[in-house]
Design a protein around this ligand. Structure first.
Ligand code: GLU
Length: 444
């Protein structure tokens, strides 16, 4: 597979010049700048107080930790870990830990800010944070992965905590990663406090203090948004089609849950390539395959296609559930769908977005569409505090109510202020944060 086929290929890669074998990236995609621009636009719509805009335009804390780990070979390797704490006005910093070779400080800053918007939008009493380690988790052994996670958690020390900053899974991490983080943290706080710090991370395995319904929560939340969109548009989901980019935790659950509503997934892609099946994939089987094999590669039920063919595949719904900056101008022109549900954070770049909006394609923006994850993280944290275990039905019912309300609030706000849904979602979040800043004012 060439890099241009991978989901992470930015659309600003220039092919090698004649006589040269080097691919030139003209300009790195500046994800943080993109998020700052959205903040700027939404602030103007609202006439947001200058001091609030200024505070939110930068994270509160940015932490970079270089830490050594002894690998299986006996060699010591140095890793670079990040934790960015964007804002904690509404509650503890909250957000995932990403393990990926492309992790940069600026991307983590963008993702941390988006967590602040998501929590405010969902009325979850948390702020925003994000972290990660720059490495490929698939390139190390399970033993090494555990040591990397534990050493990073130890190095973070007091910078995380159940009332201060609460990590969760993100790209490249999962419930196992969270179990190691929680266990490490609980061994750092002294015997008497071990039980009370379960809530230092969310997205834990259920037996270790996680909640039912968290694994599928991001996909499930996105489904509730799609259902609301279908109601709004008078669109019948039964018999409709979808393409999904990224078949990990978010994309696979989204496809499985929507398949029960009669939506068939006809094309999928991940870091190994793209597959087409006009008859519709068996989402369950594909999910099991990815669980066992780590990717969609080699799945027998589909025909290999290129990234370009994938983006040209006609379907009613497109669900980008991989990484940021996947839909640029080319992809936006090629996409033949009615709605885009952003399971990933930042999958549509501003140039792509402009074209999609001109073409009348609806976008259910990331800060709304994938906020089911952090919402159920909050339910997990509450259960940990109260030593309770809710049923999956309770969790799902609460999430449905929260997502449906947020969907409608965003739609109303966007209509009232004559802005698109992304700016609408930002605007609503900012309005809530501004109200609290105006009440509390600035210390001292
Ligand atoms: N990483 C997820 C996100 O981007 C979940 C964060 C959380 O549960 O704290 O929203």
């Amino acid at each position: 597979m060439t890099p241009a086929d991978s989901p992470s290929a930015p659309s600003n890669v220039v092919p090698p010049a004649p006589g040269s074998s080097r691919t030139i990236i003209v300009k790195e995609y500046d994800f943080f700048k993109v998020v700052q621009d959205y903040l700027e636009r939404a602030s103007r719509t609202l006439d947001l107080a200058d001091f609030v805009r200024a505070i939110l335009s930068q994270p509160k804390n940015e932490l970079i930790i270089n830490f050594p780990v002894k690998m299986d070979s006996g060699d010591v390797r140095l890793f670079k870990g990040y934790r960015v704490q964007h804002n904690n006005l509404l509650g503890p910093f909250k957000g995932g830990m990403r393990y990926h070779p492309s992790v940069t400080l600026d991307d983590v800053k963008a993702l941390a800010a988006m967590m602040t918007w998501k929590c405010a939008l969902m009325r979850v009493p948390f702020g925003g944070g994000k972290g990660g380690i720059k490495f490929d988790p698939h390139s190390v052994s399970k033993n090494e992965l555990q040591k990397i996670t534990r050493r990073f958690t130890h190095a973070l020390g007091e910078n995380i905590g159940p009332e201060y900053d609460i990590p969760a899974p993100d790209v490249g991490t999962n419930s196992q990663t969270m179990a190691w983080m929680m266990d490490t943290y609980s061994n750092m706080v002294g015997a008497a406090n071990k039980q009370s710090v379960k809530g230092v991370v969310t997205g834990k395995p259920v037996a270790s203090g996680g909640t039912l319904g968290r694994a599928k929560a991001t996909g499930q939340g996105a489904v509730f948004c799609v259902i609301e969109w279908a109601k709004e548009k008078g669109f019948d989901l039964e018999g409709s089609t979808m393409t999904v980019q990224g078949f990990g935790n978010v994309g696979s659950h989204l496809a499985v849950i929507l398949s029960r509503l009669g939506v068939s997934t006809i094309a999928v892609g991940d870091h190994t390539g793209y597959l087409l099946n006009p008859e519709g994939f068996n989402a369950h089987k594909l999910q099991d395959w990815v669980e066992t094999h780590g990717s969609i590669a080699g799945y027998p039920g589909g025909k290999a296609i290129t990234r370009e063919e994938f983006f040209k595949t006609k379907a009613d719904i497109f669900a980008p559930c991989a990484l940021e900056n996947q839909i640029g101008e080319t992809e936006a022109k090629n996409l033949d769908c009615k709605v885009i549900v952003e399971g990933a954070n930042g999958p549509t770049n501003p140039a792509g977005e402009r074209i999609l909006l001109e073409r009348g394609i609806d976008i259910l923006p990331d800060v709304l569409a994938n906020s089911g994850g952090v919402t159920v993280s909050y339910y997990e944290w509450v259960q940990n505090k109260r030593s309770e275990s809710w049923t999956e039905e309770e969790v799902d019912a609460k999430l449905e109510k929260a997502m449906t309300r947020a969907y409608r609030e965003v739609a109303d706000f966007a209509r009232q202020h004559k802005v698109d849904r992304r700016i609408g979602a930002y605007g609503l979040a900012l309005q809530r944060i501004e109200a609290v800043y105006k009440e509390r004012e600035i210390f001292p």
